[in-house]
Design a protein around this ligand. Structure first.
Ligand SMILES: [Ca+2]
Ligand SMILES: [Ca+2]
Ligand SMILES: [Ca+2]
Ligand SMILES: [Ca+2]
Length: 279
């Protein structure tokens, strides 16, 4: 029984490897260290639930985000006022990265808010600054450039009540698709835009410094005293408990999802391999 299972697994891995090597168009999402993956594809949305196809941390739709044509399959379009997604308002009820983190998304901004959130879990209230967030900044209330940002608060940079550094780069245009990836490896914070490294800083170090309560949310800059919903489209949002390498960032930019389809004869997912192989 055991050997049959393993033979099957090895055969599947071999076929998957073959498909990967012979057809780069089948590039798959990196699954090492993956915590959550929200595709925003129509098949992964039912009623007001947006499925996390990897980690089961489904999000609940607030307002009425629209399913539209995305960068990979479908995306969700947010109206900038009432549309956003709540994964959890209880930081203790969700799985979160502790030491290293990667947050990635395809984003299509309709505008750049003073503070924008793509995926985040933080509190930034005055000097109290804990958690992390991938989003946008438009500093000086409209006067600043349109920029993407990634912020992580860490134990090594703690000033007593936490310290978030919003690493940012830009300016960028509205109404274009961008592949945005924030990476923190315990020493270095990086931001990639369309595969290009635009931020590389050592301003934070050691483990991630979380608040005791926060919201894990998509499409909004949200903490206890701020709510700033995003206007535009979001697609393929992924959260890792690992710092992805530059090669892995580029692979995810090319990725079409978890599914493999070798010549139309085989269709399986890494999730299925994981279940049959690990359980
Ligand atoms: Ca999608
Ligand atoms: Ca705040
Ligand atoms: Ca602050
Ligand atoms: Ca502080």
């Amino acid at each position: 029984m055991f050997s049959k299972v393993f033979t099957t697994i090895f055969a599947l891995v071999f076929i998957v490897g073959l498909a990967w090597n012979t057809n780069p168009a089948n590039a798959q999402v990196v699954t090492d260290g993956l915590i959550s993956y929200w595709t925003f594809d129509k098949v992964d949305i039912a009623d007001n639930k947006v499925k996390d196809v990897w980690g089961g941390q489904d999000a609940t739709m607030m307002g009425d985000p629209q399913v539209v044509t995305g960068k990979v399959g479908n995306a969700l379009e947010f109206n900038g006022s009432s549309d956003w997604l709540l994964v959890s308002d209880n930081i203790n009820a969700v799985k979160l990265p502790k030491k290293e983190i990667t947050v990635g998304a395809w984003v299509y901004p309709e505008n750049f808010d003073a503070w924008g959130g793509f995926l985040s879990c933080f509190q930034d209230n005055g000097g109290f600054e804990k958690g992390w967030g991938l989003g946008a900044v438009h500093n000086e209330e409209g006067a600043g450039p349109d920029e993407f940002s990634f912020a992580v608060s860490t134990k090594g940079a703690d000033d007593g009540d936490g310290d978030l550094t919003y690493f940012h780069a830009g300016p960028y245009d509205v109404r274009k698709w961008y592949h945005i990836v924030g990476v923190y490896d315990g020493n270095t914070t990086k931001l990639y835009v369309n595969g290009e490294l635009v931020v590389d800083s050592e301003g934070q170090s050691e483990d991630i410094n979380y608040p005791s309560n926060a919201f894990l949310v998509i499409g909004i800059y949200k903490d206890d005293n701020e709510n700033d919903p995003f206007m535009g489209k979001l697609d393929e949002i992924r959260l890792y408990e690992k710092a992805l390498s530059e090669g892995e960032v580029l692979r995810n930019m090319e990725a079409k999802g978890l599914s493999v389809d070798a010549g139309g004869k085989l269709s399986l997912t890494w999730g299925e391999i994981k279940i049959s192989g690990v359980k």
